[in-house]
Unconditional design. Structure first.
Length: 201
């Protein structure tokens, strides 16, 4: 059994769970929740960065981060499934990088609130990251894949980034990005694992 260290709210952990489901590998993975803030959690021994998701293989090897884990799962499933081979691979990976970047920038804003007392918070720094989210969403809205195209890690990552904005930013993005709203509804209808991994605030 593979062991996935994650937490229900992690957009990167969610990406791995959805990828595993689409690849037919969910039964081979046991999810063990991790507390990234707890120094006693074995996570820091498994991954020196103390980050989730982290995947512990049957032989004891450990893989991180989510992009490496998703590559591994795709390889286990035969390769070229959600990370296409050939030329298409690079745009799929680029789209994953963009969506992960949106999630990263959103997460850093959440961490600013979580880790800093109010008087130490830096509005300019938060704005800098909010700009990344906004430009990323602008780009995604203008460059959406059509529902007839096969799903890649780019679309999975985008759905998880949007899900994270729903969870932590009360879905404010929905007011400005109507195409992304209907794209996400379509994704949810196509991918049952998306609803199954949803957490409510
Ligand atoms: N690039 C990493 C990002 C992972 C990440 O930032 N995870 C967050 C939770 S969603 C985390 O572990 N935060 C704890 C920390 O940074 O100490 C990936 O794709 O796996």
């Amino acid at each position: 059994m593979l062991i996935l260290r994650s937490s229900p709210a992690s957009p990167f952990g969610r990406k791995v769970k959805i990828a595993a489901s689409l690849l037919g590998l969910s039964d081979k993975i046991q999810v063990v929740n991790a507390d990234t803030n707890n120094p006693e959690d074995t996570l820091r021994q498994q991954n020196p960065l103390g980050k989730i998701p982290t995947l512990v293989l049957e032989n004891g090897d450990v893989l991180y981060d989510s992009r490496v884990i998703v590559e591994y799962l795709d390889h286990l499933a035969g390769g070229g499934k959600i990370i296409p081979n050939g030329e298409k691979r690079f745009l799929a990976l680029r789209n994953q990088a963009l969506a992960d970047g949106i999630a990263d920038a959103a997460l850093l804003q959440v961490y600013e609130e979580r880790w800093r007392t109010e008087e130490r918070r830096d509005a300019k720094w938060v704005e800098h990251h909010a700009g990344k989210v906004q430009r990323g969403l602008d780009h995604a809205e203008a460059n959406l894949s059509s529902p007839s195209e096969s799903l890649t890690i780019g679309e999975i990552a985008l759905a998880c980034a949007l899900g994270y904005l729903d969870l932590r930013f009360a879905g404010k993005w929905r007011e400005s990005y109507p195409k992304l709203v209907s794209w996400l509804a379509d994704f949810e209808a196509r991918v049952p694992a998306f609803a199954k991994t949803k957490v409510t605030p």
